[in-house]
Ligand binder design. Structure first.
Ligand SMILES: [Fe+2]
Ligand SMILES: [Fe+2]
Length: 371
């Protein structure tokens, strides 16, 4: 199978950046509408400056790059994203609360996977640097498979996300190439860490495996890890992205990614209970893996072990729940939520200014997915 022939088509209509998405005449189904909504915590769609992205050079790391491209070409997960003969799941088996949260997890994961697909497909299609084109073709291939497979799981519940509709109607956030590098690197690595932690936990406690999708996570997460490796090599080959004022942005993105995961995971208590996971413990384990991997590329790392870090995250979570409850009361609630939002902003800033750790970058840029 060639790298372009995968089950789920990558978007053919390359999206244009726009602040507000256009309404279409046809109405989306409810699941698609949920994926389309953009909130503080929901996965976003991104566009970037393709020309600048294509000016990145990997000449200084050609050997490492070629070795990684050979891994992509090998395509070890080509046949992995299918339900297969031993797949067995009864959608009626989940109690109502768990079913709701699990579906929320699937829709949010699909949106995140598809967000990668849309961005990488755009970079592949509009790219002119052969190295970038090749990389983003492989990455779009993988993300299309991931998103398509989650949609297959949703279909068992009689639901699905119309990805073509999403491409045309979801809001896009424009990020400069360096922001794309920081944000996608972190989301690939945190994706790896989340999937592998769930997989290892269920290996030890199979009685909590309430859906067969979790069986797929071990090989799945290796795709995400490899995507992150490519982005790490890109940053190391273009060291300007890792110097000077950029260090402030690197800190910002680490915190934004961790805080979002912490708050979002706490909004799914029944899902985590069914898995037998404490969201806070699980979150910290995931953050530790991401920190350890990030030593390959980031000269500055958050110090997540200082007690003030977790205290700040707990405060953000508390405020975010209070904001959601207050805003649900209509226009008055929205006004009343403003001071809470300011407090959430101040808490984020306090977290941002906590002491950080300096990290000397290793000569060997690659890390193995050994967790
Ligand atoms: Fe993915
Ligand atoms: Fe990925």
């Amino acid at each position: 199978m060639s790298v372009t022939s995968y089950a789920t088509p990558t978007p053919t209509a390359t999206p244009k950046p726009r602040a507000k998405a256009k309404p279409l005449s046809r109405a989306p189904n409810e699941t698609t509408e949920r994926a389309r909504q953009t909130t503080m915590l929901s996965p976003r769609f991104y566009t970037t400056d393709v020309k600048s992205m294509n000016r990145l050079s990997i000449d200084t790391i050609r050997d490492e790059w070629d070795a990684l491209m050979a891994e992509f070409e090998e395509d070890a997960n080509q046949g992995h994203f299918h339900q297969g003969e031993d797949w067995s799941f009864d959608p009626e088996s989940l109690p109502e609360g768990l079913r709701k949260e699990f579906l929320d997890f699937l829709v949010s994961s699909l949106t995140a996977e598809f967000s990668g697909c849309v961005l990488y497909a755009e970079l592949h299609k509009k790219g002119f640097n052969p190295d970038m084109q090749k990389l983003f073709r492989y990455m779009a291939r993988d993300e299309a498979r991931h998103a398509g497979f989650i949609n297959e799981c949703l279909k068992e519940f009689g639901l699905d996300v119309d990805m073509g509709f999403l491409v045309k109607t979801k809001e896009y956030t424009h990020f400069s190439p360096k922001f794309i590098l920081y944000a996608t690197y972190l989301s690939e690595k945190i994706g790896y860490a989340r999937y592998i932690r769930i997989f290892r936990h269920l290996e030890a406690h199979p009685e909590h495996r309430f859906h067969p999708i979790f069986e797929k996570f071990e090989r799945w997460c290796n795709d995400e890890f490899r995507h992150g490796e490519a982005l790490a090599l890109l940053m190391r080959a273009n060291p300007k992205t890792l110097r000077g004022l950029n260090l402030f942005w690197i800190r910002f993105f680490q915190l934004a990614v961790f805080a979002t995961m912490y708050v979002r995971d706490h909004s799914r208590p029944e899902f985590h209970e069914a898995l037998g996971l404490d969201p806070e413990e699980y979150g910290m384990e995931v953050f530790r893996i991401v920190q350890e991997v990030s030593e390959q590329v980031f000269p500055v790392l958050l110090d997540i072990e200082q007690p003030a870090f977790l205290e700040g995250l707990r405060e953000l979570r508390r405020l975010s729940e209070e904001i959601a409850e207050t805003e649900a009361r209509g226009l008055r609630g929205k006004l009343k939520a403003l001071p809470l939002k300011l407090r959430a902003g101040a808490t984020f800033a306090k977290l941002y200014f906590l002491p950080t750790k300096k990290n000397a970058l290793p000569d060997d840029m690659r890390v193995a997915p050994a967790w």
